[in-house]
Design a protein around this ligand. Structure first.
Ligand code: FES
Ligand code: FES
Length: 158
């Protein structure tokens, strides 16, 4: 099928997309957006998280056709004007990135949370990131990063 969607603000038209292709396969395989990771492929790790019309979801469980006519944001679309998004900067500065495999999904899940709740409690952050697994960090620094980014987004980054 032909597929038209917007990815990171760019209108995209793709021909001959298999009807059973996942959004993850299209993003990585057709568009070369390798920031979106494939971990489990079955909805359990969150590494493939992207934003669809501003809400975080697992792109491995989303059929590509479900994104037709909609806005997809991947980690490559978060920085603006050459500046990291506050979430990206906070993850780097707090040491919340180790191997980095989970990081794009964590950041996009946190982005979704902070759009809806600019001052989340630790419990709310944990809940929002419950579908995103990290095998490296122990999560402590990830929590710190989201708290710090929330503060920067409310009060301005230094
Ligand atoms: S790759 Fe999609 S949830 Fe694991
Ligand atoms: S930083 Fe390695 S999986 Fe999270």
């Amino acid at each position: 099928m032909d597929l038209c969607l917007t990815v990171n603000g760019q209108p995209i038209s793709l021909a001959e997309v298999p009807g059973e292709a996942s959004l993850l396969e299209v993003l990585r395989g057709r568009l070369g957006l390798l920031g979106t990771k494939e971990g489990c492929g079955v909805g359990e790790c969150g590494a493939c998280t992207v934003l669809l019309d501003g809400r975080a979801l697992n792109s491995c469980l989303t059929a590509a056709w479900q994104a037709a006519g909609r806005q997809v944001t991947t980690i490559e679309g978060l920085a603006q004007g050459g500046h990291l998004h506050p979430l990206q900067r906070a993850f780097v500065e707090t040491g919340a990135v180790q191997c980095g495999f989970c990081t794009p999904g964590m950041i996009l899940a946190a982005w979704d949370l902070l759009q809806r709740n600019d001052h989340p409690s630790d419990q709310e952050i944990k809940q929002a990131l419950a579908g995103n697994l990290c095998r490296c960090t122990g999560y402590h620094d990830i929590l710190r990063a989201v708290r710090r980014a929330a503060r920067w987004l409310r009060e301005g980054a230094p």
